[in-house]
Ligand binder design. Sequence first.
Ligand code: NAD
Length: 487
Amino acid sequence: MKTEVKEIGLYINGEYVPSSDNETFNVTNPATQELIARVSEATVEDVERACQVAREAFEIGPWRKITVQERSAKLRKMADIILERKEDIARYDAMDVGKPYESTVAHEVARAANNIRFFADFVEEQGGETYPMREAYINFTRYEPVGVAALITPWNVPFMLTTWKLGPCLAAGNTAVIKPAESTPLSVSLLGEIAKEAGIPDGVVNVVQGQGATVGNTLTTHPEVDLISFTGSTTTGKSILKSGADTLKKVSFELGGKAANIIFDDADLEKAVPGSIRAAFMNSGQVCLAGSRILVQRSIFDNFLEKFKKAAMDLKVGDPQEKGIDMGPLVSKVHYNKVTSYLDVAKEEGATLVCGGKRPVLPDHVKNGYYLEPTIYVHNNPKSRICQEEIFGPVVTLIPFDTEEEALQIANDTEYGLNGVVWTENLQRAHRISYNVRAGTIWVNCWFVRDLRAPFGGFKKSGIGREGGQHSMEFFTEVKNICMALN
Ligand code: NAD
């Protein structure tokens, strides 16, 4: 059956519009290479208009002036609409990212609704501080919105990650110009109509589509943009930091990772094996938090490897739209070429291929997709490129270690510091490892468990700042101190 090609516009000032020069770019389905959408490519003028509209909606519009309760009510409505439309949203993510539909609808879209609802509730509870000075003066604080926010998101989890920024941004009273990744613009484009239906005023939520180097760059240099919340690669983060410097924009960066997943000989393998499989291959390994460096204590190495390999080979790779699929394709041809180039690197570096490293056998209708089997290497050199660089695909390396000190040394021998994972039944060891791995999140005997109040972000080159609960609110607000004479 031929797929209908969707026409996707920019969303500016409460309506979908074509770009000012009518240019579009094509989006294809990575499972089939079929054309699925023509998307308006924003010009510099379109991005400038979106920023101007967001500025007016901030300065003049009612959004930041209405009560917190009124804002939160609209955001809760938005969360409800996201849940009502969960099938559409997950279908879109399955079409352009290649995410398995079943798990996207059950987990990611539910989390997206929760992102909005959580911050709607959170701001209603938020207070300020008071600092009385003898009997003469009182200081008190107010958390006020910053202004116009550029929300720039990657292709691996488009809808959920955008709402993770949009929730606190809007709850605090800011306005937004969103830029989704060019290869996966579909689900985020729906946020315009969802915001409208929720009663959020025109101009508060805008979506501009197009390339990072042009559309993204116009946004990050624009004088009307006050703050940039960016999730993406470390390389792009560095360039955005420079482009936002002249206008002194506030930044929050969630960047790349290369997490160590450490398995000690006292680990419960009934939990450690399936946990490590999820951490390695969820979303085809296209996850910033992926546990792609798997450090295994030598005394259990062979046992772990055998179980891990079997579980990896049991994963069902196929059409992401179908039920029971664990892994879809890689997101695009460019990314497929990047990920598979590491197969050559691994060969040159002398890593041992345990399984994978080739295209899986697939049904006819997805045989042209950008698929790669779950791929496992064993390597003794933690300094090799496959152990140091973010491959961002279903490719992991097992590294043997002997002692706790050695595991820690290998875990920290990376430029990244987003997260770490440790599997052990020894409480003291769990504490020691958690304290000493230099990363923003450590999961002990679990992975990818998120409490939205908890801080999330990276050490070293994995980010700047933290998201989550109060941390997101600090970024999306300016705190003002008011000092009042009492006599
Ligand atoms: P990317 O950096 O290439 O692109 C991310 C976004 O930035 C896209 O919307 C892109 O168009 C835009 N962009 C690119 N160049 C730009 C520029 N010069 N100015 C402004 N915007 C620009 O990243 P990606 O390939 O889409 O995503 C994968 C990366 O994201 C991985 O490194 C992954 O680890 C990271 N990531 C991090 C987290 C986290 O929470 N830390 C979450 C998901 C993904």
